[in-house]
Ligand binder design. Structure first.
Ligand SMILES: Cc1cc2nc3c(=O)[nH]c(=O)nc-3n(C[C@H](O)[C@H](O)[C@H](O)COP(=O)(O)O)c2cc1C
Ligand code: SF4
Length: 436
């Protein structure tokens, strides 16, 4: 296995997601210790000391986010786990929800206690059938066992937890869109400031964290923040659940200790590229991160600093492997189609820009492309950068500029010859992107 395991520490069986199995593995003992021996502020201190970065895409330090919440402000506070997991190529939170839902529930009670939250939510992707059922069953089991609700484990602390099922919109994974959706309105992202930790759900201080970020809390509190910080890479403590798909021999979810060599991961742990083909590039962390060629990942290790140095990011941990011979024009077309479809339409550069981008790339694929279309696409991407309410405008721009910078010749070839250099071949990649 690629390095130390913190979340995937047990064999998955037909019953390993149940409360009894979780308790056999010491489950809820950390919560008991937290509730009986620690003050809420101490819990936040441990999270800050651990240095854990958010696993939802932006890699923001969880401790810093939590420290904005003032426990004595006289207001209700809310906590939301982001289980929307809409980023194409990403399916790692799904592993937690299906196989270790009690780790999330225990961790959320610990987080709720630290932030003095009495109403918490898991915003879960509507299409997730088994994860929804397993999460709800875990919540029900926890209520029955006195691990949720009034006076948890006989303490003074009470917290309710609701699983709120989304309806399949990508922007509802964006933290403010998610809160608007829980409020019962259209899931439009909101302008910031004010930050959500100041004015979030129902205009009250709210912490939104990714499922994996939160699930690490029971681990951090069990071993202590300082010990957790020693695992992984210096600026990326801990591990990452990586979902790997595309043209790879052994797709799936793997837990990687930060700092692990990326090529070793792809070629040894995941069996290399499908059919023994060469590696063309990877989409490192969901389609909102810039592609890296096989040569560019030669000495890259799986951590934020190493990926930033290579010119990309870890995003949401959803790696897509692209084999030699894949058509990057068609790949970008699939990506742009997705963004255009998912734009919520509030911001002109995103709503219209994605539409224009979609038309331009469709035109190229249909043989109507012109050389100046590429410069137009880059100009649209630039116009989106930093000018929209949420990060989706930027994300589409990264996908476009990232692919055009490295595979421009493929676009020029299609424009000049009216056909793909690679027969428009996408194979697995298209199926993966369409499903995500
Ligand atoms: C368009 C868009 C979609 C997003 N989708 C998700 C998602 O599905 N899951 C997630 O955890 N974060 C998603 N994010 C990031 C969230 O806004 C937020 O940064 C994250 O949930 C915070 O948790 P973390 O700090 O633990 O990473 C998305 C962001 C954008 C702009
Ligand atoms: S950037 Fe796009 S998805 Fe985000 S709020 Fe604006 S229009 Fe909606």
């Amino acid at each position: 296995m690629p390095g130390r395991q913190l979340l995937m520490t047990f064999p998955v069986t037909a019953t390993s997601h149940l409360l009894a199995a979780y308790r056999e593995r010491g489950g809820y003992e950390t919560l008991r210790r937290v509730l009986t021996t620690m003050k809420p502020e101490q819990v936040t201190k441990e999270v800050a000391a651990s240095g854990i970065l958010g696993h939802g895409g932006a890699a923001f330090p969880a401790g810093r986010k939590w420290q904005v919440i003032h426990l004595d402000d006289g207001q209700p506070h809310y906590l939301c786990a982001n289980a929307d997991e809409g980023e194409p190529g990403t399916f790692k939170d799904r592993w937690i929800l299906e196989n270790a839902p009690h780790r999330l529930v225990e961790s959320m009670v610990i987080a709720g206690y630290a932030l003095q939250v009495h109403n918490a939510f898991v915003y879960i992707r509507g299409e997730f059938d088994l994860p929804c059922r397993r999460l709800q069953a875990a919540i029900d089991e926890a209520y029955d066992a006195g691990l949720l609700g009034e006076r948890i484990m006989g303490s003074e602390y009470s917290m309710d937890l609701v699983a709120h099922r989304g309806a399949g919109s990508y922007v509802c994974g964006e933290a403010s869109g998610l809160l608007t959706s829980i409020e019962g309105r259209k899931g439009y992202p909101r302008n910031r400031p004010p930050r959500l930790t100041v004015r979030g759900l129902f205009q009250r201080p709210t912490v939104v964290n990714n499922v994996e970020t939160l699930s690490n809390l029971s681990v951090i509190l069990a071993m202590g923040g300082e010990e957790f910080r020693k695992i992984g890479a210096p600026k990326s403590p801990g591990t990452q659940l990586v979902s790997i798909s595309g043209h790879v021999a052994k797709p799936g979810v793997y837990e990687l200790e930060f700092g692990y060599p990326v090529k070793k991961f792809i070629f040894e742990d995941c069996g290399g590229v499908l059919g023994g083909r060469g590696l063309k590039c990877i989409v490192p962390g969901g389609i909102s991160t810039k592609v890296l060629t096989g040569a560019e990942i030669e000495n890259v290790t799986y951590d934020h600093a190493s990926f930033a140095k290579a010119g990309s990011g870890l995003g949401s941990g959803g790696m897509i492997v692209i084999a030699e011979g894949t058509c990057m024009v068609r790949l970008l077309q699939v990506m742009v189609r997705f963004y255009h479809h998912e734009s919520c339409g509030q911001c002109t550069p995103c709503r219209d820009g994605m539409g224009w981008m979609h038309k331009l790339i469709d035109g190229i694929v249909e043989g109507r492309g012109r050389r100046e279309d590429l410069a137009r696409m880059e100009a649209i991407a630039l116009a989106n950068d930093g000018t929209t309410i949420c990060g989706m405008g930027d994300a589409c721009g990264y996908a476009v500029t990232g692919i055009l910078a490295k595979y421009r010749d493929e676009f020029e070839y299609w424009i000049a010859n009216g056909r793909s250099k690679f027969d428009g071949r996408l194979e697995v990649a298209e199926a993966e992107l369409a499903h995500a």
